[in-house]
Design a protein around this ligand. Structure first.
Ligand code: PGA
Ligand code: ZN
Length: 437
């Protein structure tokens, strides 16, 4: 903080307005200004396959605007309630500011002010403080230890709620692990994406290369194996080795094809119970180099998760809807060995400091973290800085297509470039080398 007094960090202005996300739904943009001239601007993302236990995203419900999806109430909450409460506070006291908003809201799920309102301010405050200090956000968050670039889990085939096709599983991802630098890994991912486009077009016709919400292709395939085969073939067509240079990851998002009344899962036209689904995963893991499966079972099934985590010992099992970036749910999972990794989505919990607390808890439970975008995104790149700042080794930011996805990848390229001017950036890939028996 050399040369700066606290007064430079004082918050002098907080304002929000309604803007658009990548699906054309309204969301918040928040700006925070400090006395020292620091400006922080943040845009809030939004999910489609949301967990039932996520903090509440406040929408107006006024059918006359955006079919009820307007966020003017959340905007007003920032401008009229949060702004007066945090004006005058020191923007570098992130925890105190987040706590102030939590208290002001007064509910368990942030339903009073809206988690979208609170998160927008929380992120903008951190950026304003970083800007006041004159350092990039990743460095502000992580200091000099922030130099590890995450492995991108690139969602190349979209299904489930993110696509207009019949695939039950939501995300078929590649993880380019066998590279020394993030930029090389990203390039490999792009080359595989190009090869996949060519291959799908040849096999399934031109409409198969239309893209889904996260930029991955959304072909009308018969099932998960066809999608996985296409990925393997694309990796090989791009001149890389599946299982060594590049591994696969799934996010079935199982709550989206689970029927509570019957207790059955409908997977690619076939009904199965929990045991049937777990054995399907066991088969898939035997047949394909799958290193990670997210939300393999529905979001209330802690018991099933621990059974599956035990049985698929060498696979990263990620809880997204299961944990919803919530400390209490993570602790409950850790107690019974449900999953061995957690998906981190700041808007599931609503503040940056709570997000950081979950990341730190995960470390102490021996759980890995995967930082994640939402299917409804914006040009905001906070998660790229957060990944490097907190040393989170994996990031989900979609396919290398559509501006709101490439914004995150471009920011990571920029960070790697910055780091290589003064230091040697690390790439997390080697840490994910297959742990198979
Ligand atoms: P969502 O999906 O952003 O639509 O909730 C992302 C995920 O399930 O990981
Ligand atoms: Zn998920």
């Amino acid at each position: 903080m050399l040369g700066y007094g606290d007064e430079y960090f004082e918050i002098v202005e907080v304002r929000a307005m309604e803007v658009l996300d990548s699906r054309g739904n309204p969301t918040l943009m928040v700006e925070v200004l400090t006395r020292g001239g620091g400006l922080g601007k943040a845009l809030v993302p939004s999910g489609a396959s949301k967990g039932a236990h996520e903090a509440l995203e406040l929408r107006d419900g006024d059918p006359a605007r955006f079919r009820g999806k307007g966020v003017m109430r959340a905007v007003e909450n920032v401008n009229r309630k949060i702004a007066p409460a945090i004006r005058g506070m020191n923007s570098s006291l992130q925890r105190a500011i987040d706590l102030k908003m939590i208290e002001l809201d007064g509910t368990e799920d942030k339903s009073n002010l809206g988690a979208n309102a609170i998160l927008g301010v929380s992120m903008a405050v951190a950026k304003a403080a970083a800007d006041t200090r004159g350092v990039p956000l990743y460095e502000y968050l992580g200091g000099i230890s922030a130099r590890t670039l995450p492995v991108p889990l690139m969602n190349l085939i979209n299904g489930g709620k993110h696509a207009g096709n019949e695939l039950s599983f939501q995300e078929f991802m590649i993880a380019p692990i066998g590279f020394k630098r993030f930029s090389d890994a990203l390039r490999a991912g792009c080359e595989i994406y190009m090869a996949l486009r060519e291959l799908l077009r040849k096999r399934y016709g031109p409409s198969s290369v239309n893209v889904g919400d996260e930029g991955g292709f959304a072909p009308n395939l018969k099932g998960a194996r066809e999608a996985l085969d296409s990925l393997i073939d694309a990796i090989e067509a791009a001149g890389m080795r599946a299982g060594r240079d590049v591994v696969l990851a799934l996010d079935p998002a199982a709550s989206s094809f689970y029927d509570e009344a019957s207790g059955m899962y409908a997977v690619d036209g076939e009904l199965m119970d929990r045991e049937g689904l777990i054995s399907l995963y066991e088969d898939l893991v035997r047949e394909y180099p799958i290193f990670s499966i997210e939300d393999p079972l529905h979001e209330e099934d802690f018991e099933g998760f621990s059974d599956l985590t035990r049985r698929l010992r060498y696979v990263q099992i990620v809880g997204d809807d299961l944990f919803v970036t919530n400390r209490d749910r993570l602790r409950r999972g850790a107690e019974v060995g449900a999953a061995n990794a957690i998906l981190i989505k700041p808007n599931q919990i609503g503040t940056l400091s709570e997000t950081m607390d979950v990341v730190s808890d995960a470390g102490s439970f021996g759980y890995r973290c995967v930082l994640s975008h939402r299917s409804g995104e914006t040009e905001d790149t906070t998660i790229a800085d957060l990944a490097v700042g907190l040393g989170i080794g994996q990031i989900k930011a979609g396919a290398p297509a559509r501006g709101e996805r490439t914004a995150k990848y471009n920011r990571l390229l920029e960070i790697e470039h910055h780091l290589s001017e003064s230091d040697s950036p690390q790439y997390y890939g080697a840490k994910l080398s297959p742990r198979r028996p």
